[in-house]
Design a protein around this ligand. Structure first.
Ligand code: PGA
Length: 236
C-alpha cells in the first residue's frame, strides 16, 4: 500500500524535520517498507529539510513549472528539485486547478516534462459536487477529460482520485462510489490508484480494503505524524 501525506501550505522546515523524525522513530516492522511506502509532500521551503531527514520516507514536491530554471517568478523548476534529489511530483491537485487556474493543457505539459526527467507523478483528478450530483456517467466523463494529454501507460504514473467535495470536508466518498470509480479508472490505466478526500483513522481500513485501491492520499488527518501512523495502523 502507498500512504501519502500532502502538507499543502503547512509546516516550516523545522516542523517538517520534527515530523520526519517522529515518523522515522515509529516502530514499523522490518518488512513494512518491503510491502508499503510512505511519501510526504511538504511545501517547497521545507523540501531540503525533508530530504535531509527522509530516512525510509519518500519526499515529493507539490507543484513545479515545466522548465529547468529561468525568468519564472513565483515557482520552482527542475534544477532546484534535482539539486536536492527530489524525484516525485504531485500534479493536478484540485487546489492547483481551481485556485491557481492550472489548465489541463498546462498540467499535461508539466506531466510530459517531469516524466521525461524521470519523475514519478502522483496525478490528482476528481469531480465537483455538482458533477457528482449528475450521476456516475457525468463523473466518468469528467475524469476521462482529466486524462487528456496524460500518458496513461507511463510507468511513472500513479493516480489519486480525490473528489473535490470530499477534500477537507470531513465527508469521504462512500465505499461503493470509491469502488465504482476506481473500477472505471482501472479500465483507463494500470497505474497504482490512490483515494484521497477526508481519509481518517476511522474510514481508512475500509477504503484500503476496497478493490483497485492501492493507497491513500491524506491532507488534514496526516498533518501530524500521529494521524498518518493511525491511518497506517488501520491496515495492519
Ligand atoms: P483531506 O485532503 O485529507 O484534508 O481531505 C486531501 C487532499 O487534498 O489531498
Amino acid at each position: 500500500m502507498r500512504f501519502m501525506a500532502n502538507f499543502k501550505c503547512n509546516h516550516t522546515p523545522s516542523t517538517t524535520r520534527s515530523y520526519l523524525q517522529a515518523l522515522n522513530a515509529h516502530a514499523f516492522t522490518p518488512s513494512f517498507f518491503t510491502k508499503h511506502s510512505i511519501t510526504i509532500f511538504p511545501p517547497a521551503t521545507s523540501l531540503e529539510a525533508a530530504m535531509d531527514m527522509s530516512g525510509n520516507i519518500r519526499i515529493g514536491a507539490q507543484n513545479a513549472y515545466p522548465s529547468q530554471a529561468g525568468a519564472l517568478t513565483g515557482t520552482i523548476g527542475l534544477q532546484m528539485l534535482e539539486s536536492i534529489g527530489v524525484q516525485i511530483l504531485l500534479l493536478g491537485h484540485s487546489e492547483c486547478r481551481e485556485i491557481f487556474k492550472q489548465s489541463q493543457q498546462h498540467i499535461a505539459t508539466i506531466f510530459d516534462f517531469y516524466t521525461q526527467a524521470g519523475f514519478e507523478i502522483v496525478y490528482c483528478i476528481g469531480e465537483s459536487a455538482s458533477i457528482r450530483a449528475q450521476g456516475a456517467s457525468a463523473v466518468q466523463e469528467h475524469l476521462y477529460a482529466q486524462f487528456v494529454g496524460i500518458n496513461t501507460t507511463s510507468s511513472n504514473l500513479c493516480v489519486a482520485y480525490e473528489p473535490i467535495w470530499a477534500i477537507g470536508s470531513g465527508e469521504s466518498a462512500s465505499i461503493e462510489d470509491i469502488a465504482a470509480t476506481h473500477a472505471f479508472l482501472r479500465s483507463i490505466t494500470a497505474a497504482p490508484l490512490l483515494y484521497g478526500g477526508s481519509v481518517n483513522a476511522t474510514n481508512a481500513g475500509a477504503i484500503l480494503q476496497t478493490d483497485n485501491v492501492d493507497g491513500v492520499l491524506i491532507g488534514s488527518f496526516a498533518l501530524q505524524p500521529q494521524g498518518l501512523v493511525e491511518i497506517i495502523n488501520a491496515l495492519m
